[in-house]
Design a protein around this ligand. Structure first.
Ligand SMILES: Cc1cc2nc3c(=O)[nH]c(=O)nc-3n(C[C@H](O)[C@H](O)[C@H](O)COP(=O)(O)OP(=O)(O)OC[C@H]3O[C@@H](n4cnc5c(N)ncnc54)[C@H](O)[C@@H]3O)c2cc1C
Length: 257
C-alpha cells in the first residue's frame, strides 16, 4: 500500500487543495479470482479491465474488510473514504524490436513494465532523449540512427521487463520449483526490495545521454550530456538472460484511485 498527494482541480498544488492517491497491490489467482473481480453484477466479464463503478458490491465489501484486517488505521480510513474504488490488473509486455522501417516505438508502446521498478517515466524520457540525440547526430542516415536506437533501447526495455518480473515474483502465489520459491523469498526481503525496487543499475552502455561515436555507438566512459536522464543507480545489475519468472498475465491486481 502506498499513498501520495497529487494536484487538485486545474493542477492546483496548494496545501488543502490537492488530492490524495492510494495504491494497494493485492494478489489474486489469475484464472478464477481475477475473473470474478472483473465481472459485474449482471455477470458480464471485462477481460481487459472492469470500468469504474461496475465492480460488484460484494468485492468492494471484501476490500473494505481486508483493509480493516491488514492496514494501518490511516490507510484503512482512506480506503473507507473512497466511494468508488477501481482497479487495474498488472500485466507486462515486451517486443523483440522497437522499429519497423521508419516507424519507431517509445515509452510504454514497446515495453509495459510491471510497477515494481518505478521506471516508466525514466524509460519513456530516455527513449525520447536518445532518439532525438541520434536523429540530430545522423541527419543524413535516419535508418542508421533508428538501428542504433533500437539496439540500445530495446535491450534496456528487455532488461527492465525482466527485472520487474523478478521483483514481482515475490507476490506469486504458487511456485513450480524450490529455486523459484527461494528467488521469491529473496525478493520479498525488505532489504532487497529497498535496494532494488525503483532503483536500477543497467549495464553502463544502456544509460542514455552518454556520448555517441561516429558509428552511432555509445562511448560508455563519456560524460552524460546536459539533457541526459541517466537511469537511477544503486541496485544490482542483472543479466538479461536471467529471466527466471513468467507470471501469468494479470496475476497481480492493483487497486488505486
Ligand atoms: C497508476 C499508475 C501509476 C504509475 N506510477 C508511476 C511512477 O510512480 N513512476 C513512473 O516512472 N511511472 C509510473 N507509471 C508508468 C508511467 O505512467 C508510464 O510508463 C509513462 O506514462 C509512459 O509514457 P508514455 O508517454 O509512453 O505513455 P502515456 O503517458 O500513456 O502517454 C500516451 C498518451 O497518448 C494519448 N493517446 C492515446 N491514444 C491516442 C490517440 N489515438 N490519439 C492521440 N493521443 C492518444 C494518451 O491520452 C496519453 O496522453 C504509472 C502508471 C500507472 C498507470
Amino acid at each position: 500500500m502506498l499513498g501520495y498527494p497529487i494536484a487538485g482541480a486545474d493542477g492546483d498544488v496548494r496545501p488543502g487543495h490537492r488530492r490524495f492517491n492510494i495504491v494497494w497491490y493485492l494478489r489474486a489467482e489469475a484464472e478464477k479470482e481475477l475473473k470474478r473481480l472483473m465481472t459485474d453484477e449482471t455477470g458480464r466479464h471485462y477481460p481487459l479491465g472492469i470500468p469504474p463503478g461496475l465492480i460488484q458490491a460484494e468485492v468492494v465489501a471484501e476490500l473494505r474488510a481486508a483493509a480493516h484486517s491488514n492496514l494501518a488505521l490511516q490507510f484503512c480510513k482512506m480506503v473507507e473514504l473512497v466511494e468508488t474504488p477501481f482497479f487495474q490488473s498488472v500485466a507486462d509486455m515486451d517486443v523483440p524490436s522497437m522499429i519497423a522501417g521508419r516507424v519507431s516505438l517509445l515509452g510504454d508502446a514497446p515495453f509495459v513494465v510491471r510497477p515494481h521498478c518505478g521506471m516508466g517515466v525514466t524509460k519513456a524520457a530516455g527513449n525520447a532523449v536518445l532518439l532525438a540525440d541520434l536523429l540530430a547526430a545522423f541527419p543524413g542516415d535516419i535508418d542508421h540512427a533508428l538501428r542504433v536506437y533500437d539496439e540500445e533501447r530495446c535491450r534496456y526495455g528487455q532488461y527492465l521487463t525482466a527485472h520487474s518480473r523478478r521483483l514481482g515474483s515475490q507476490m506469486k502465489q504458487s511456485y513450480t520449483s524450490d529455486e523459484e520459491r527461494r528467488e521469491a523469498e529473496y525478493y520479498r526481503r525488505p532489504a532487497t526490495s529497498n535496494s532494488e525496487a525503483a532503483m536500477i543499475m543497467p549495464p553502463a552502455t544502456y544509460c542514455q545521454g552518454a556520448g555517441i561515436n561516429s558509428t552511432g555507438h555509445r562511448i560508455p566512459s563519456a560524460t552524460p550530456s546536459a539533457t541526459s536522464t541517466r537511469a537511477i543507480s544503486g541496485g544490482g545489475a542483472m543479466a538479461l538472460e536471467e529471466s527466471l519468472f513468467d507470471l501469468p498475465m494479470g496475476n497481480v491486481p492493483m487497486l488505486w484511485r
